[in-house]
Design a protein around this ligand. Structure first.
Ligand SMILES: Nc1nc2c(ncn2[C@@H]2O[C@H](COP(=O)(O)OP(=O)(O)OP(=O)(O)O)[C@@H](O)[C@H]2O)c(=O)[nH]1
Ligand SMILES: [Mg+2]
Length: 196
């Protein structure tokens, strides 16, 4: 029975008609905009969020993607909880405040920790450089260099498959403004190709 089922869903997935309920973590330093993004995706409005103390979980539909999103706090004590959520994850959305240059090294450290975790091996990482509505935001290239992601695979999946080993995870940077609803749609489209 389950073979028939897998076959059936395989066909639906190949037609873009079915997407599994992907488990996605929203991670990044405090103040990066994770909770704002979660609410924007859920209700299409920006709510003024308090720093997240307890993880928020929401079922979201983004384009053709059905997501179970886990929004975890980004301040230092809350980061200790991240590792409790990294099993059976289908994707990570890592938000970075593109304006806060001083904290880019700290963001890089946390990203590197996640990328070197065994549990997240092979998991696609969508890095969102947020707040580009503000005039002094870093450019995409500046952010890529600051995060050590300058030699990436390009924004299509084929480039990733040809350029890298099997263990590496797909990772890509997209710049966005959550409050202006800019940039993250393409980013989730990029992520979705790894989730079907
Ligand atoms: N200018 C601008 N501000 C933003 C944007 N997205 C979020 N913010 C602001 O950034 C601040 C932090 O947003 P949150 O969503 O609470 O950040 P967080 O990543 O959930 O932070 P923690 O819960 O502490 O980990 C809030 O004041 C948001 O209004 C954006 O696209 N542009
Ligand atoms: Mg939050």
């Amino acid at each position: 029975m389950s073979i028939v089922w897998d076959w059936f869903y395989g066909i639906l997935a190949s037609l873009g008609l079915y997407h599994k309920n992907a488990k996605i973590l929203f991670l990044g330093l405090d103040n990066a905009g994770k909770t704002t993004l979660l609410h924007m995706l859920k209700d299409n409005r920006a709510v003024s969020a308090e720093p997240t103390l307890h993880p928020n979980t929401e079922e979201l539909v983004v384009g053709q993607l059905k997501l179970k999103a886990f929004d975890l706090g980004g301040h230092e004590t809350a980061r200790r909880l991240w590792q409790d959520y990294t099993t059976t994850v289908d994707g990570v959305v890592f938000l970075v405040d593109a304006v806060d240059r001083q904290r880019l090294p700290e963001a890089k450290r946390e990203l590197d920790n996640l990328l070197s975790s065994d549990e997240l091996r092979g998991v696609p990482f969508l890095v969102l450089g947020n707040k580009i509505d503000l005039p002094n935001a870093s450019s995409e290239n500046e952010l890529k260099y600051a995060l050590g992601l300058q030699d990436m695979y390009g924004k299509d999946r084929d480039a990733f498959q040809y350029n890298d080993g099997y263990d590496a995870c797909p990772i890509e940077v997209f710049m966005c403004s959550v409050v202006r609803r800019m940039g993250y749609k393409d980013a989730f489209d990029w992520l979705s190709q790894f989730l079907t």
